[in-house]
Design a protein around this ligand. Structure first.
Ligand code: TUI
Length: 315
């Protein structure tokens, strides 16, 4: 059984988080992951606070186990979402795409464990000083909004810089990735792409089919020119976006405008032409749809086997 201090800290069975995915990780997916012993996380994304409050209340009816809510700090509703999650007293609050310092005191007062996602050592140290219970360090292999460093380079450097628990994210989809993360100094992992194909994940089948069909080189990061790169599957939309990014006659404002609504078009409408099908580089390893419980049990068993065999390399 894969186990770490993170399990006691949060009251979970597996030290495995389902990463927040805007327009995708709803009450049903998060509750399924939490009920199966992981930590499910509802994505705030760009949704209004009341829509996410409804998801939180629904998740509470679906499971008694702890779950998390993610606040995407670039959302126009971030402020309202931050106040709402404090009122709802969610067990875990994760954040992405910015600095959550100004909300942290209120969240701690509400009794939540605050676990920011960070892309670098400096930001991890800042989050520890601000009172984070743990941090999730996310490598550039991830889907969605990404930093520069790879998981392999990021995790050991963050591990050396902080003394709170560290969770690794980016490029992890099987037990080898989980075991490797622990070897690099993490005591937990967060996976998004693998949970895209969970049976309880309510995205259009075409999205799941695209993830399952994807190979190792089938994602690209667009938006570097705007300072906030986003990784997604290579599709007509992401190829067109990249072409416009290199076209200097296209203004930054036009480029920003082009991206608006594209995550929703993929995740809700399954729009093959206009949608941004967010997924990480590890999509090539994701081969079949399974229940959240099956995914967690398999990750744990595989990691355990890898870790138990690790002694073979030592004489
Ligand atoms: O947040 C993510 N991944 C995301 S958010 C998202 S929705 C979105 N929609 C439109 C535009 C942008 C995003 C899709 N995927 N991952 C966590 C993450 N956080 N990655 C990098 C960061 C990050 C970056 C800078 C965290 C902190 C940070 O701090 C900067 C500062 O101000 O200190």
């Amino acid at each position: 059984m894969l186990k770490s201090p993170l399990c006691e800290l949060l009251g979970i069975t597996y030290p495995i988080f389902q990463g927040a995915m805007a327009w995708i990780s709803d009450a049903e997916l998060a509750a399924a992951v939490s009920a199966a012993g992981g930590l499910g996380i509802i994505a705030g994304g760009n949704a209004p606070a009341e829509a996410i409050r409804a998801e939180i209340r629904k998740a509470k009816t679906l499971t008694d186990r702890p779950f998390g809510v993610n606040i995407m700090l670039r959302s126009p509703h971030a402020e309202a979402l931050a106040a709402m999650v404090a009122e709802e007293q969610v067990a875990v609050i994760t954040t992405g795409a910015g600095n959550p310092s100004r909300y942290m005191a209120a969240w701690q007062e509400a009794g939540s464990q605050v676990i920011p996602v960070v892309p670098s050592v400096g930001i991890a140290i800042r989050m520890e000083r601000a009172g984070a219970a743990a941090v999730i360090a996310e490598g550039t292999e991830s889907g969605g909004h990404i930093g520069e460093l790879t998981t392999m380079a990021l995790i050991p450097q963050v591990a050396d810089a902080i003394s709170i628990p560290l969770i690794a994210a980016g490029g992890i989809a099987d037990g080898r990735g989980v075991a490797a993360s622990f070897m690099l100094g993490a005591v937990g992992v967060q996976l998004g792409t693998r949970f895209l194909v969970a049976q309880e994940c309510n995205i259009p089948q075409i999205y799941k089919d695209k993830v399952i069909a994807a190979g190792d080189i089938d994602t690209i990061a667009t938006g570097r020119r705007l300072g906030h790169p986003v990784r997604a599957l290579k599709t007509p939309f992401s190829r067109m976006y990249l072409a416009k990014e290199y076209d200097l006659s296209v203004t930054n404002e036009e480029l920003e405008e082009l991206g608006v609504g594209s995550l929703r078009l993929a995740a809700v409408d399954g729009d093959e032409q206009g949608g941004s099908f967010v997924a990480g580089q590890i999509a090539g390893l994701v081969k079949k749809e399974q229940t959240a419980a099956e995914i967690l049990a398999e990750l744990s068993q595989e990691a355990e086997a890898v870790l138990q065999k690790a002694g073979q390399w030592v004489s």
